[in-house]
Design a protein around this ligand. Structure first.
Ligand code: MG
Ligand code: ZN
Length: 194
């Protein structure tokens, strides 16, 4: 049977929101993120990061930095015995920079490309999934493929929730202080039979 999956936004959800992570030193984990992901690993969830990194198209940093940051993310998570099963990023932007990074791609959220790639690469059931992010458009993105959405109040979350939620087409299924509390809520839903 295909695995349950949790899709995770990166900036503001896993690591502190810094604007663009344009240097390795600007990647700092939010407290308890390692413990949260380790719990998901233990409960047979596949954990998949989906992140827009248009800073590449904008010329703010090279694509190689994205790889270095993701290596650092996995290394830091490993300290708490946690791992991510997939990491997908979109380096593109539709209007800014030069080709090939300037393009109307399928992968930039809310496009479906990163989810399609994850479904192709991993044995997952996107219909039995959750998405966690710090912005309303993360929730809207997940809604397109049937994921239940949880807004975290880290990163942009608090401001989005306070000032923008009236404009959202899709409301989150739950609002959590941080990723750790979001995962607690998910495990509770699962224990009730989903
Ligand atoms: Mg974010
Ligand atoms: Zn893309």
């Amino acid at each position: 049977m295909a695995h349950k999956v949790l899709f995770l936004d990166r900036d503001g959800t896993i690591n502190e929101e810094m604007g663009y992570v344009n240097h390795l030193e600007r990647f700092v984990l939010i407290p308890r993120v390692g413990q949260a992901i380790q719990l998901l690993n233990q409960h047979q969830f596949k954990t998949v990061v989906v992140t827009n990194q248009s800073g590449v198209a904008r010329g703010y940093f090279p694509e190689t930095l994205v790889h270095q940051v993701h290596q650092k993310m996995q290394d830091l998570l490993r300290i708490t015995g946690a791992h991510l099963d997939g990491i997908y990023y979109c380096p593109h932007h539709p209007d800014v920079g030069n080709p090939p990074y300037r393009q109307r791609c399928r992968c930039r959220k809310p496009g479906p490309g990163m989810i399609e790639a994850a479904v192709r690469d991993l044995d997952i059931d996107a219909a039995r999934s959750y998405i966690i992010g710090d912005r309303g458009n993360d929730i809207e993105f997940g809604h397109q493929f049937g994921a239940r959405g949880i807004l975290v109040l880290t990163g942009y979350g608090k401001g989005e929730w306070e000032y923008l939620r009236g404009q959202w087409k899709v409301q989150p299924d739950h609002v959590a202080q941080d990723l750790y509390e979001a995962v607690q809520w998910i495990l509770l839903q699962e224990s009730k039979g989903g």
